[in-house]
Design a protein around this ligand. Sequence first.
Ligand SMILES: O=C(O)CCC(=O)C(=O)O
Length: 313
Amino acid sequence: MATENIGTQIGSVNAIELDSSISVAAARFKKEGYLVIRQAFSKSDLIELQKEVKGNPALEESSRIKFAGGKPSVKEVANVFGRSQAAQKMIRNSFALKIIEAIVGENLYLFRDAYIEKLPNPKSVFPLHQDSEFWKVVPECLVSMWVPLQDTSLENGVLHVVPYSHLSRLDHSVKFGKKLRLPKMVNRILRNGASNSNVVAKTMSLPQRIVLDFVTFVNSKLIPFLSRYFTSFEKFTEFFVVQDDEQYWANAVHPDLKLGDVIVYHSLALHGSKGNSQNVPRAAYIPTFMGENYTRDGIVVSNPELGYISVKG
Ligand SMILES: O=C(O)CCC(=O)C(=O)O
């Protein structure tokens, strides 16, 4: 009987090499909720991607900046895939995508993607959260790639993932102090505003759209603007996360990654990152995929009305 190559377990991190079998990689992902794939992308493709993002004025102009400790902390450019040949080529041909197809199904759709620079700032923390808390897509099993664009470690803000956390949903309610919680409905509206909503907005009624546009404006423009001048506003960006998270940080893995490595993670896997203590930005490209039969607000995501991009084109 042929034996399957089960990949190499490296240290305590759930990591495999490129020669591993896809079915074993998918099984390991399903068990732990994440997987590190060593040397999944070529360095030249990654350099090309970064050049394209940096060299495209439309991409650069659509970026937004967050602040922490009164200093710029994160720069984020959304919707890169549709505007970058390098991103399309690199993702479509990747072993990582084959593993995601084995988990989610073939004919993947792109839910969202972002190029994120964690700027030099030790306070540029991304608090722990489960993405599916914000994304109204079912089933809650989307899969993201976290593709660093330089060697990345604890020092410059590598992604942390809590193994097995995808097996349950954690409370992300907005709390003020120990006891006071926002009513569920307000919580839900705020969360939707924190999600990437351009696509679904098309199918909403006018009043729903007005509320959503307002919340999106507050979340993505007003709060970042105010926190530039008043550090007390920074805490507003931390409401949409898991509270009392010390134990989760302690249980998180934070692999040392070389350029070319990738972390693939489940949309319920608790993840985040600490500050960047180096003096150059830490960049990562983060596309998220879903199956063609998944639904958003009850509408199948492959429905052209919604406008999601088919990954294979
Ligand atoms: O890039 C990072 O540091 C974290 C990104 C993240 O957590 C997210 O996009 O959900």
